[in-house]
Write a protein that binds this ligand. Structure first.
Ligand code: ADP
Ligand code: MG
Length: 692
């Protein structure tokens, strides 16, 4: 029998039977070592007694006193009330579940020590169901010498069990430290065992405030290790993906489809577009799948980059599919692709969930027999019935709206052929690079960090909605210059119906106020064909003013639009404001954005509007957003596909990411012992993704 060690299954531990072991797996605990990395959510301080006279509500405290009075009362519910007193004051302990043992124990004169949260009750402070213990004499029991950890628990595995098992695991010794202190950032020079020990049993003189907020160097030491492990795991995932087969698509030559497409554009590519196109072209020419994220601020010209990639697939004899998050955006991509590619003899089709059945089955047939070279669509592309003859490339626009699972589903579409398609993911959600590399770390990363020449920055102003009339003048002026205007109606409620109603009311009002202006209306509840008709009219300049809901948030491209009015701007987040503002400033005319707000402004809203006024750079906006909201919201907490970390916090520990990336890189190149162990320790069960 091998000696019991940290790598042994927990079932080998004393007092851990099969049932408990089974339950522990629900917490991700399989081996003894996993217990050490089951870290406290928070701490309780049971190291000192709080005098009853000084308690405040919402304080979680250890108290001690003598029972002054105990009785069972029956009001709405039967309860045992125990009045406890010390020299400074009194408190009531309230129990709803109690037996005769408790009633017999808690009698007048008895010394009791209790731990719980003080709350404001009917008559002064009370504690509901505190943990308590009967004392033989007031000074008889010693106090805890460390802060008490509170662990993530699960049914059948409570705090007491976890504390006991983790205590046992801590006594094992032999924890291997894969990141010796000389490889750690200066401020985190903690040995692993030392950090683990401190986190599970912080001495009472430890920096409690730091511990409680996850900023203690010992915690950051673990966060750093987790970030390294996460990178290693992602790198491995990436390496595995690279071993799959994908069709090698020859890089474009001087007279290729791609070159003809680019040559026919009415503008020259920016340096950044050219560079990213080259990166993609090189990826596509390999026999293993590309997995690349292209990030570029709104208006940086991602669409042409994507279309060029599609043409490389088509020229190589494969199909390309391009997917957008909204109908509106998919329609726009379709129109662009059709306009650009039809002259080159490339067949473009359109697949939407709202298509008529006959049309749809025709499109499906074209996909299946390979006649359709480029397909543009919404998430309808994921559906079961969709089969491609030779899918070689999948382009996903505005990735933050799709999850990893959806990405994988589309990938499967070509699996029958013995290869997987290349994947190109595009996003305008400006995420700081290091954050993107952590969140989307299974992807390679390119950035279009340059806007087409001649773009003027969008002048942004914030105006209280009491001065609404001024805007009418601005609209008249813009339309007088032959330019177009968006008016976006927003509501905080996620109710699409309500948003549409507001948009309808605004539309009616503006039509009346601006008789000389051609006003259109688009919102989510219009039929697809009607929406398309309105958008087309706006795009072709037949409409001057487009009243819209946030359906136009991403991707919509009408370069002649130069004024954006956003109602209730104070209710939107920075990322959304930046996206909306990005609908203007796409041409060469000077553009402006009016943020209409309803006073008074709260502090956060005021800061957001100020950021919008002061900067037009998406990455700068994102940096502020990160400060104001934290990365969870920045990346969208509800979405799938983002890596979930245990200790590391992407905002608080963002400064550690570059060093973690570097170290991961070094470790990966050295060999796999450290990588294996770190991945196993931190990302066992594979890279975990947030669930919806
Ligand atoms: P986004 O990156 O936001 O998706 P688009 O691809 O919609 O941006 O491009 C924004 C606008 O800029 C479009 O009208 C597009 O035709 C135009 N555009 C793209 N690249 C260039 C360029 N190099 N020079 C001038 N205009 C460009
Ligand atoms: Mg776009």
């Amino acid at each position: 029998m091998t000696a019991l060690g940290l790598q042994s299954p927990v079932a080998a531990m004393k007092g851990v039977g099969e049932r408990l072991a089974e339950r522990l797996t629900r917490l991700g605990i399989e081996r003894v070592e996993d217990l050490l990395f089951h870290l406290p959510l928070r701490y309780q301080d049971r190291s000192r007694l709080h005098p009853l006279g000084g308690l405040r509500p919402q304080q979680e405290v250890l108290i001690q006193g003598q029972v002054l009075h105990a009785e069972v009362v029956v009001r709405r519910r039967r309860a045992l009330l125990v009045r406890l007193g010390d020299q400074t004051g009194q408190i009531t302990l309230r129990f709803f579940h109690f037996g005769s043992t408790q009633r017999n124990q808690l009698v007048t004169g008895q010394w009791v020590r209790a731990f719980g949260e003080a709350r404001a009750g009917v008559v002064g402070l009370e504690m509901v169901h505190p943990e308590y213990r009967i004392l033989a004499e007031p000074d008889g029991e010693p106090l805890e010498q460390t802060l008490t950890p509170v662990y993530p628990a699960t049914e059948g595995v409570g705090q007491a069990t976890l504390r006991r098992l983790i205590g046992l695991a801590r006594a094992y010794g032999g924890l291997h430290d894969w990141l010796p202190v000389d490889r750690l950032p200066d401020t985190l020079r903690y040995g692993l065992a030392e950090a683990i020990e401190l986190i599970h049993a912080p001495p009472v003189d430890a920096d409690t405030a730091a511990l409680l907020t996850g900023r203690h160097p010992a915690q950051r030491r673990l966060a750093f290790e987790e970030l390294v492990a996460h990178q290693l795991g992602m790198a491995r995932l990436r390496a595995e993906a690279r071993t799959e087969n994908a069709p090698p698509l020859p890089a474009p030559t001087a007279d290729s489809l791609c070159a003809r497409f680019v040559g026919a554009l009415p503008f020259a590519l920016t340096g950044a577009q050219q560079r990213v196109m080259d990166e993609i072209a090189a990826d596509l020419s390999r026999a293993h799948p590309m997995l690349r994220l292209v990030q570029g601020d709104v208006g940086s010209g991602k669409t042409v980059v994507a279309v060029a990639a599609c043409l490389q697939a088509v020229a190589g004899g494969y199909q390309a599919a391009m997917m957008a998050p909204t109908e509106l955006l998919a329609e726009q991509h379709y129109r662009n692709a059709e306009r650009w590619l039809a002259p080159l003899g490339v067949r473009v089709v359109w697949l939407s969930g709202r298509q008529r059945e006959t049309q749809r089955s025709e499109v499906l047939a074209e996909l299946a027999d390979g006649r359709a070279a480029v397909t543009v669509g919404t998430h309808a592309l994921f559906q079961e019935a969709v089969r491609f003859a030779r899918l070689g490339l999948v382009v996903i626009d505005e990735q933050h709206r799709f999850g990893v699972h959806q990405r994988l589903a589309l990938r499967e579409k070509a699996a029958d052929g013995g290869w997987v398609p290349h994947q190109l993911v595009m996003t305008a959600t400006p995420i700081p690079r290091t954050l993107a590399m952590t969140a989307y770390a299974d992807l390679d990363y390119s950035v279009i960090d340059e806007l087409p020449p001649g773009r003027e920055p969008v002048v942004t102003v914030a105006i209280p909605d009491t001065r609404r009339s001024e805007i009418v003048e601005r609209i008249n002026a813009a339309v007088g210059r032959g330019q177009q205007v968006y008016w976006v109606c927003t509501l905080i409620e996620e109710s699409e119906a309500l948003q549409c109603e507001t948009a309808e009311a605004t539309y009616a009002l503006l039509t009346e106020t601006l008789p000389a202006v051609a006003v259109g209306l688009v919102h989510g509840r219009l039929k697809a064909a009607d929406k398309e008709a309105v958008m087309r009219a706006f795009q072709q300049g037949e409409l001057d003013l487009l009243v819209a809901t946030t359906v136009i948030e991403v991707g919509v491209d009408v370069p002649n639009a130069s004024l954006m009015v956003i109602e209730n701007a104070e209710r939107l987040g920075l990322a959304q404001l930046h996206q909306l503002r990005g609908r203007v400033g796409r041409g060469t005319a000077a553009s402006s954005c009016v943020l209409l707000y309803h006073p008074p402004l709260g502090e956060t809203a005021r800061r957001r509007l100020q950021v919008m006024r002061e900067t037009g750079d998406g990455f700068e906006v994102a940096r502020h957003d990160l400060e104001i909201r934290g990365p969870g919201e920045l990346l969208g907490t509800r979405q799938t596909g983002l890596a979930r970390l245990r200790v590391a916090d992407m905002a608080q520990d963002a400064d550690l990411i570059p060093a973690a990336l570097q170290l991961a890189h070094a470790l990966a190149s050295v060999g796999s012992a450290a990588s294996d162990a770190l991945i196993r320790r931190w990302v066992a069960g594979g890279i975990r993704y947030a669930q919806v």
